[in-house]
Design a protein around this ligand. Structure first.
Ligand code: SAH
Ligand code: SF4
Length: 389
């Protein structure tokens, strides 16, 4: 059989079940055929229609001429000493994105990318420094899970599901790729596909307020918000999107989201940057902020994973613990994230992939870096190349 022509055929990874049912109807097939097909693709990892033996031969022939299941090409695969596996996938035109599998005793988490690069341009993020190239399609988002799940089952010789959790914490801002994100989330949740519970699928956002509201309506899953600063002056500098959606608006959107969310709290992520946002005063301001808004939340403190172009350093462990203590003593549940896979550059914010920047964000960030305002006592960070402490 000739390979399906990508110019004229539909990639079935682009469809959630509803979309696949509509596609089947266009072929003159009953909608329930879509469920069978969806299971073959996502539960069994099949991409060859001729092997889908319980589908009528006539349907298999129609599919061969009109559809394909197109995975992403793996450029590299790296396995860390701690079992973390990172894949670099080719998404064409010189762009590549990364996905990371993080095994733990009681779960297997896949960290998935949503864009080639990112337009938000956070100062501490390697993806942000690469600039933005393009949104991934639904198929490209789902293909990361499709590939990883079925690869891992073979690799670990397991028949049952390996990936129990998905976090949209790879490259890109998922809520700036909303149209592709929602069918991908629905596929993750669908019992005929990956069957993940809403609590085990997390969207992490830098704070695209209108899309937080839409996600609450369309597909509420667990929500993590990258806060990183307790006041607008500092957050404007670290997360430029804050100038458009300041902290008070962001937290109010989080409160509205909680009315729909599968968990009764928002996770605030806070990347600990030496001398920038890690002082006890910042922790006290955070306590005041969440009290003022009365938001139900947990804090996840992330040790900064340095990369030279950022000009930033990781906070010493003692400072992270002191910060966590202020939050905990105020009654806020606070965890410190373990870094995983640093030996293969798979830790948070190190996912750089390979992005053909159409926005020249790298130059803009370099120019902003020269104006960075640091805590006076730690201002050495501005002139030091970032390295692991
Ligand atoms: N764009 C989304 C999701 C991808 S980033 C967001 O910003 O939430 C996922 C998480 O990694 C975010 O919390 C982000 O702030 C964090 N992160 C980015 N760069 C990092 C770095 N160098 N070290 C540690 N965490 C980082
Ligand atoms: Fe984009 Fe998130 Fe990185 Fe900020 S932290 S640049 S929003 S990927």
């Amino acid at each position: 059989m000739l390979p399906a022509d990508p110019m004229t055929t539909a990639n079935l990874l682009d469809f959630d079940l509803e979309g696949l049912a509509a596609f089947c109807e266009r072929l003159g097939e009953k909608r329930f055929r879509a469920t069978q097909l969806f299971r073959w693709i996502h539960q069994r990892g099949a991409s060859d229609f001729s092997l889908m033996t319980d589908l009528a031969k006539s349907l298999r022939e129609k599919l061969a001429g009109t559809a394909r299941v197109e995975a992403l090409q793996v450029l590299t695969q790296n396995e860390s000493a701690d079992g973390t596996i990172k894949w670099l996938f080719d998404v064409g035109d010189g762009n590549a994105v990364e996905a990371v599998f993080i095994p733990e005793d009681d779960r297997g988490t896949l960290c998935v990318s949503s864009q080639a690069g990112c337009a938000v341009g956070c100062r501490f993020c390697s993806t942000g420094h690469q600039g933005f190239s393009r949104n991934l399609t639904t198929g490209e988002i789902v293909a990361q899970l499709w590939f990883a799940e079925h690869f891992l089952r073979r690799h670990l010789k397991r028949d049952e599901r390996v990936i129990s959790n998905v976090v949209m914490m790879g490259m890109g801002e998922p809520l700036q790729n909303y149209a592709a994100l929602v069918p991908a989330l629905r596929t993750m949740l669908d019992d005929n596909a990956y069957g993940l519970s809403r609590r085990r699928v997390t969207v992490s956002t830098s704070g695209v307020v209108p899309m937080i509201d839409r996600l609450g309506q369309d597909c509420p899953v667990a929500m993590a918000v990258s806060l990183h600063a307790p006041n607008d002056a500092l957050r404007n500098d670290l997360v430029p999107l804050n100038r458009k959606y300041p902290i008070a608006e962001l937290i109010e959107a989080c409160k509205r989201y909680l009315a729909h969310a599968p968990r009764d709290f928002i996770t605030f992520e806070y990347c600990m940057l030496d001398g920038v946002n890690d002082q006890p005063e910042h922790a006290r301001q955070l306590v005041e902020l969440v009290r003022k808004h009365g938001i139900s939340c947990k804090f996840n403190l992330i040790p900064f994973n340095p990369f030279p172009a950022s000009g930033l350093l990781r906070s010493p462990q003692a400072r992270v613990l002191a910060f966590a203590k202020v939050l905990s003593e105020a009654g806020l549940v606070t965890t410190v994230r373990k870094t995983r896979g640093d030996d293969i550059d798979a830790a948070c914010g190190q996912l750089a992939g390979d992005v053909k920047d159409r926005t020249r964000a790298a130059e803009r960030l370099a120019a902003r870096r020269r104006t960075i305002v640091l805590h006076p006592a730690r201002s050495h960070a501005a002139s030091t190349t970032a390295e692991e402490p």
